[in-house]
Design a binder for this molecule. Structure first.
Ligand code: EPU
Length: 456
């Protein structure tokens, strides 16, 4: 097994180990340069897409994170050979010997990720059936899969729920369908794309998600031989083809990681050059970053994010689907907002339970009140969703060190930042979760001059 895959699997094993902890002495600005790799939320899906082809695919800039380890394990369980290519972060995925997997094998892996649901379409095409165990991923709300299953049924799949999970078959094959998503779900859009490309006939998808990671997945599928047209107003047409070939692709950079380090620079009054970050996919984030009082310089090879001095300003921000402000950006930003002078409001409109991480910030001295049903009186850009929540952050409040246990990926990263800005010492445990989505974050903290001891 190659070292990237081995490392990723090692990291996967770490997820959930509460003994993994880091002791941080806060108050030191983060300064220096770090490099991004491909986006977690693209690379993992691109790996699944390789299953649709008859020939091998090469994916570059694959991050060494545990979610990649989970998908690698799943692919290997189905007979796909996953090996390390010539350059660092390059994976070669060979699907020429796809076979049925042992349930125990995929069950053990699926428990820590949401990606396995995306195996449905490719497995139905390759094997005529798919068995999806109970899904993992971050505990940030109900995270149902009804849109996925409804879409698969529209293609002709038969869905049976059993004690093991969900069994899908396609007795008459899969045929193109007219699908309108109730919400522009990222995962459900990917499900439709990965299923429609080899279904018979044309699929029309309305109310699709159009995140940059989805556009990159479409680019990969086009390289493979798919015919996909993206129309205005979130409409996508997919003309099914009989056969797809492998691709050669460099994954889009991880804009969630870029935004996380940007907020870390702001909150710690530091200066971080994020190599590989690009302006285009971060425009909405950059606007808010500037409004709060952060500064950035765009370079060809990355973006420098820094605190230019002076007080930070409060903002009102709503998370939304692309091109809105991503739900994955709010958690690290909220740490910076505890330093802003005045009242900030963050509306979470995508998930119903994504402010749990603020409990630890409050314990550390932040003044944050979470309104479980949102705040109607605040002027909004996005229409209210029934699951909406709002966090009101009043600053500036200095944070002090505390013992914190990380609840989920993005909330966990915000805890790290909070500990880095806090006065005194913090012990942050369960940090294995962060390796689900942040490549080598311990090394990066070291590179940026953080004062910490890692007790892995
Ligand atoms: N939803 C349903 N039914 C479904 C699917 C989704 O009700 O069948 C709801 C969800 O409960 C949620 C909303 O639709 O309220 C949006 O969910 P979406 O399907 O868009 O999210 P996802 O595909 O499960 C991906 C990312 C998330 C990211 C969201 C939004 C991956 C593996 N995950 O999740 O990333 O927050 O899109 O952009 O791509 C993360 O990286 O930390 C993370 C959670």
């Amino acid at each position: 097994m190659n070292s990237l895959v081995k490392d990723a699997q090692k990291a996967a094993e770490r997820v959930g180990l509460v003994s993994d902890k880091i002791v941080i002495n806060g108050g030191k600005p983060l300064r220096g340069r770090i490099e991004l790799r491909g986006a977690k939320n693209l690379a993992t899906k691109a790996m699944v897409a390789a299953l649709l082809a008859e020939t091998p695919s090469t994916l570059r800039d694959v991050p060494d994170i545990s979610d990649v380890g989970v998908v690698t394990g799943m692919l290997e369980a189905y007979g796909v050979s996953v090996t390390h290519g010539a350059e660092s972060g390059e994976l070669v995925l060979d699907p020429s010997n796809v076979l049925k997997a042992h349930f125990a094998k995929i069950d053990a892996l699926a428990g820590s990720s949401r990606i396995p649901i995306l195996f449905c379409g490719p497995l139905l095409h390759r094997l005529g059936e798919a068995l999806i165990p109970d899904l993992g991923g971050c505990r940030i709300g109900d995270r149902p899969i009804d849109f996925h299953l409804d879409a698969l049924r529209a293609f002709g799949a038969v869905v049976d729920k059993s004690y093991e999970g969900i069994r899908l078959t396609a007795p008459n094959g899969l045929t193109g369908a007219n699908i309108e998503l109730p919400y522009p779900s990222v995962g459900a859009t990917e499900q439709v794309l990965l299923t429609a490309v080899r279904a018979q006939g044309v699929t029309e998808l309305k109310n699709a998600a159009i995140e940059p990671e989805i556009m990159d997945l479409i680019a990969i599928l086009q390289k493979m031989g798919a015919i996909i047209t993206v129309e205005p107003n979130r409409v996508i047409f997919i003309e099914g083809v009989d056969k797809l070939n492998g691709y050669d692709h460099r994954a889009l950079f991880d804009r969630n990681e870029a935004a996380s380090w940007a907020s870390a620079a702001l909150a710690t009054e530091g200066d971080i050059f994020v190599g590989g970050a690009k302006q285009q996919e971060l425009m909405t984030f950059l606007n808010i970053f500037r409004k709060v009082g952060g500064a950035f310089d765009i370079h060809e090879d990355g973006i420098r994010f820094y605190h230019p001095g002076g007080p930070l300003k409060p903002v009102v921000v709503e998370t939304d689907v692309h091109p809105g402000f991503m739900t994955d950006w709010q958690q690290p930003l909220i740490v910076a907002l505890t330093k802003a002078v005045g009242r900030s409001v963050v509306h979470e409109t995508v998930y119903e339970n994504r402010f749990g991480f603020t409990d630890a910030l409050i314990e550390m001295g932040a003044n944050i009140v979470v309104h479980k049903e949102g705040i109607e009186s605040v002027t909004r850009r996005v229409p209210r969703r029934p699951l909406e929540q709002a966090a009101v952050i009043i600053g500036p409040t200095p944070l002090h060190g505390a013992d914190i246990e990380i609840p989920d990926l993005r909330g966990g990263f915000s805890h790290l930042i909070a500990a880095l800005t806090a006065e005194g010492q913090s012990t942050v445990s369960n940090i294995g979760i962060i390796s689900r989505g942040y490549e080598h974050f311990i090394d990066k903290l070291d590179q940026l001059g953080a004062d910490f001891v890692y007790e892995g």
